[in-house]
Write a protein that binds this ligand. Structure first.
Ligand SMILES: [Zn+2]
Length: 423
């Protein structure tokens, strides 16, 4: 790590946690804080957000009925489809924001990975919460005041660039926003502009890192590049989010690249992992859909089902943080059902290199083997290793380099095929 400027005291870079008091709060105190904030959030949502009031009323629940963390389960979860329907019924932004449009200071949209983007509305206070949680996240990953950070998240109506940039400024980093990589000419032009800036960190999605690296290889670029030579697919497990519209900077790992789980900011979020079929909690360590309730915000979300697949670990972590850990295994829409099991791209990716180009095939019925298309030549034991990890038969089809569509922001790793189409 480079030397910090003399203006930044050592102690501002060397302390263990961004916010030691809250990150190591004893469990009993943390849960008391959660209950107090949950009751406040339920009251705000019921009084000022008709979307939530209708949901409470439909099940006969009042905010006063929330007397324990478990009693939250009486409130039915909602999903992105419910937010879209609310925005359509009450344009333009729906009625799920307590602040309303005029009480907010920043409007953005979600990325629209699973359909039409929804609006994201921040009050000044809620931006402050995201900055605080983002600072904890990136502190764990080694970002320090004085560091130079390139941010390749999208701008314009999408809020990613502003949110990540805001966190970096809050941390005291120098933030350089370049947007997601586009064509090769733009990528090389951007790399030329970045050369000589002594970059410490690249904040970008894996798909963007791979896109930049491939353009640089094609053009013979030898200057500054995102450091993906040593990157592992387990980096996916370093960060966890409940979506910009709920808790964007939900958590990060205390051991980058090792897949040991991300500490979740429990003072600002109550998370559950639910069986998508029964709606009941799955045992800790098993895969379930992430349901998040945001705490301590002007615009609370009460039991938002992200339809993302996560695992939760409540066992103590020896780093000293008291907040639970969770793994983001992937998106529910990317689940491929094979021989009674739910398989996700990460189950394959973890056996490949970081920049491997591959897709999982999905057919309209449950499949009896996992079918994978991979660019280039697979390792001899690849299918056997994936079979050992997933417990299902695996068939890998080799395809020519460059045949899969490239993405500049998020990977598309699943292709839907007809029943009899060849793998
Ligand atoms: Zn830890």
């Amino acid at each position: 790590m480079p030397k910090p400027p003399a203006s930044i005291p050592d102690q501002a870079r060397t302390r263990r946690f961004w916010n030691p008091e809250i990150q190591t709060l004893p469990r009993a105190e943390l849960e008391a804080l959660q209950l107090k904030r949950l009751q406040e959030a339920a009251g705000i949502a019921y009084d000022r957000a008709p979307f939530f009031r209708r949901r409470f009323d439909a099940t006969g629940i009042r905010p006063d009925d929330i007397v324990s963390l478990d009693s939250l389960r009486q409130v039915p979860p909602f999903s992105k489809a419910d937010l879209r329907a609310d925005e359509a019924a009450h344009p333009p932004v729906g009625q799920y924001r307590a602040s309303g449009l005029r009480g907010a200071v920043r409007l953005a949209t979600s990325t629209g990975t699973t359909g039409r983007p929804t609006y994201v509305l921040f009050t000044g206070h809620d931006i402050g919460v995201e900055n605080e949680l983002g600072a904890r996240n990136f502190w764990r990953l080694g970002y320090r005041p004085g560091d130079v950070v390139v941010n390749a998240h999208p701008g314009y109506l999408n809020g990613g660039q502003a949110n990540v940039g805001g966190v970096m400024e809050h941390l005291g980093c120098l933030s350089i926003s370049i947007g997601p990589p586009e064509d090769d000419d733009r990528i090389i032009d951007t790399l030329q502009r970045l050369d000589g800036l002594a970059i410490d960190h690249w904040q970008l999605m894996p798909a963007a890192a791979v896109r930049i690296l491939q353009a640089a290889r094609r053009r013979g670029w030898t200057g500054v590049l995102p450091p993906i030579q040593d990157a592992t697919p387990l980096l996916q497990l370093d960060l966890i989010s409940a979506g910009m519209e709920c808790v964007g900077f939900l958590g990060s790992t205390c051991r980058p690249g090792l897949g040991t789980g991300a500490h979740v900011a429990e003072d600002h979020a109550l998370i559950e992992a639910l069986d998508p079929g029964t709606g009941q909690p799955v045992p800790d360590g098993e895969r379930g859909y992430l349901v998040c309730t945001s705490l301590g915000r002007d615009n609370p979300m009460i039991r938002y089902n992200l339809e993302d697949v996560v695992r939760i670990d409540r066992s103590p972590c020896d780093c000293g943080e008291t907040h639970l850990r969770a793994w983001w295994d992937g998106r529910g829409k990317d689940v491929v059902r094979v021989a009674g099991r739910a398989i996700l791209p990460l189950d394959v990716w973890r056996h490949l290199s970081f920049d491997a180009q591959y897709v999982l095939l999905r057919r309209p019925h449950e499949m009896d083997r996992l079918e994978i298309r991979l660019e280039g030549t697979p390792a001899d034991d690849l299918a056997a290793r994936i079979e050992a990890g997933t417990g299902v038969p695996v068939h890998v089809t080799q395809i020519p380099a460059g045949s899969l569509a490239r993405s500049s922001y998020k990977f598309e790793r699943v292709i839907d095929l007809d029943r009899g189409e060849p793998a």
